[in-house]
Design a protein around this ligand. Structure first.
Ligand SMILES: Cc1cc2nc3c(=O)[nH]c(=O)nc-3n(C[C@H](O)[C@H](O)[C@H](O)COP(=O)(O)OP(=O)(O)OC[C@H]3O[C@@H](n4cnc5c(N)ncnc54)[C@H](O)[C@@H]3O)c2cc1C
Length: 468
């Protein structure tokens, strides 16, 4: 009997009917968002409580059995990928919203709650859970926490890290760390929740969380503008932020290449502004008075238009028009049109972005004259996504493209992962953004918390070598 069979024997008894999926039930699932490859995990474990997660890890720790935590499997860096000798531990049955506390403005949830379910539950109490991203319907709170997800409103509310007041996690040996803090301020010793935020399931499995809620906005104003130069994009960001007096909640930039892609057939979106400008920006403000905020928004954009900062603008007049503007930004699936693709999620101080992008584009064009790429993203946070198709797939072109994207980034002190994490996909490049001393301390932490290396092995820190 292999060790995975031994583990599964004990785990089936522990989890009972429906608690373990195997064989065809595993292969019926895809390995991740947009993937055509079936899930390869040895089995899928579906605990229903923190106690069950703890018992699973006690057994797996004893047997040295690797475990890969998973939420909605929408992660974009192969962090949730499990191989045949690994068990996928899905939090999908731990999906209860335990409490929404309007007076203290927090929610208590299990890790498997989909992001959108929490957004909607908070909304029913006139509260806002500010995290928002395209995969909202499927991505889970546990996955958001483990990747420290960013998304569309970071410029106003910060990343997931800024929304987590407390959490509960189970470490590799099955210990339950209950750090379910409910206060905004708590400096009593080490802030242990940070060990589990953004560490991609390599130090523990997040089972529950306390999340900070905000007052739901009473107004939402969404505009879309064309900008004649990158310099103007930078000036516009400051002008808008100042002009809106703290209401700015999204500043999403599309390079013309992305705008063209998402507004031409077979994409369903129609271009709200002619496609002959180099940059487009989706701007959103959230405030307290629809009429006054709309007027202020219009005045700020009007001034920018008069000064030549922007070349054209539309402002959504209804929820349907707002949704149509966001649908363009969220229509990332159009990149499949130049499959096979390589995707990137980088960050830099925004003043360095123009030179960086020019260098990447020149490098790609020199190597593959017919390459196609698009650039878009949360530029207000210094974060862009680059998707590249060079007409070939495989390790060699991947590495060449990665070098062309990451070397100019390293030279400017940027990050190879702004918000998606490292997973398997980016671990070879982690050293481009982290010093030797930082990497050594990460390895020390991993060895201390997971000495047998059973939690999401190979993710983030390696060892290098498991093929994609
Ligand atoms: C269309 C689309 C748009 C996206 N937009 C954004 C965006 O704007 N910003 C952004 O940051 N990301 C974005 N993403 C990426 C993705 O949605 C996020 O990373 C999300 O937080 C992942 O959640 P998940 O539940 O799907 O996690 P999974 O994909 O299942 O897992 C992600 C990682 O977290 C670990 N993990 C999952 N659950 C747990 C747990 N309970 N405990 C410990 N570890 C766990 C996994 O092992 C893996 O390493 C997007 C993805 C798609 C498909």
């Amino acid at each position: 009997m292999t060790s995975i069979d031994t583990a599964l024997g004990r785990l089936s008894t522990l989890l009972g009917s429906g608690g373990v999926l195997s064989g065809a039930d595993v292969r019926a699932r895809m390995s991740g968002w947009g993937s055509q490859k079936p899930c390869e995990a040895g089995a899928i474990l579906r605990p229903r409580s923190t106690e069950e997660v703890s018992a699973i890890l006690r057994i797996c720790s004893e047997l040295g059995q690797p475990v890969v935590p998973a939420g909605g499997t929408t992660g974009l860096v192969e962090g949730h990928i499990a191989h045949g000798d690994e068990l996928l531990l899905s939090l999908e049955l731990m999906n209860r919203i335990e409490e929404i506390d309007p007076a203290n403005r927090f929610a208590v949830v299990e890790a498997g709650v989909p992001l959108q379910a929490l957004q909607e539950a908070a909304g029913r109490h006139s509260l806002l859970y500010p995290l928002d991203l395209g995969a909202r319907g499927t991505a889970t709170i546990g996955g958001n926490i483990s990747t420290n997800a960013g998304g569309n409103r970071v410029i106003r509310f910060g990343m997931t890290r800024d929304m987590v007041l407390g959490l509960e996690a189970v470490t590799a040996d099955g210990s339950v760390i209950s750090a379910m803090n409910r206060m905004i301020k708590n400096n009593a010793g080490y802030d242990l929740k940070q060990l589990f935020i953004g560490t991609e399931g390599t130090l523990g499995i997040v089972t529950r969380a306390v999340l900070r809620l905000r007052e739901a906005p009473q107004s939402q104003v969404t505009g879309f503008v064309a900008v004649p130069s990158y310099r103007n994009v930078l000036t516009l960001l400051r002008r808008i932020d100042r002009g809106l007096g703290g209401m700015l909640s999204a500043f999403e930039v599309m390079w013309k290449s992305f705008y063209d892609l998402v507004t031409t057939e077979p994409a369903k979106n129609r271009p709200p502004i002619p496609a002959d400008h180099p940059f487009y920006v989706l701007i959103e403000a959230m405030g307290g008075d629809q009429e006054a905020d709309q007027a202020r928004f219009e005045a700020v954009l009007g001034e920018a238009l008069e000064d030549g900062l922007i070349a054209d603008a539309v402002i959504a007049k209804s929820d349907a028009e707002r949704a149509a503007l966001w649908a363009m930004r969220d229509d990332v699936a159009q990149v499949a049109r130049f499959w096979p693709i390589f995707t990137f999620d980088v960050s830099l101080p925004i003043s360095l972005m123009e030179g960086y992008v020019a260098e990447v584009e020149a490098g790609l064009k020199a190597a593959w004259p017919n390459e196609r790429h698009v650039i878009f993203g949360h530029l207000g946070d210094g974060n862009v996504h680059i998707v590249v198709g060079v007409g070939e797939a495989g390790a060699a072109p991947r590495e060449r493209v990665e070098r062309l994207v990451y070397d100019p980034l390293e030279a400017r002190g940027g990050s190879v992962s702004a918000e998606h994490g490292i997973g398997l996909e980016k671990r070879a490049w982690l050293g481009h953004s982290r010093s030797e001393a930082e990497l050594a301390l990460m390895r020390t932490l991993k060895a201390a918390m997971d000495p047998k290396g059973i939690l999401n092995p190979g993710k983030v820190l390696g060892p290098a070598g498991r093929p994609h």
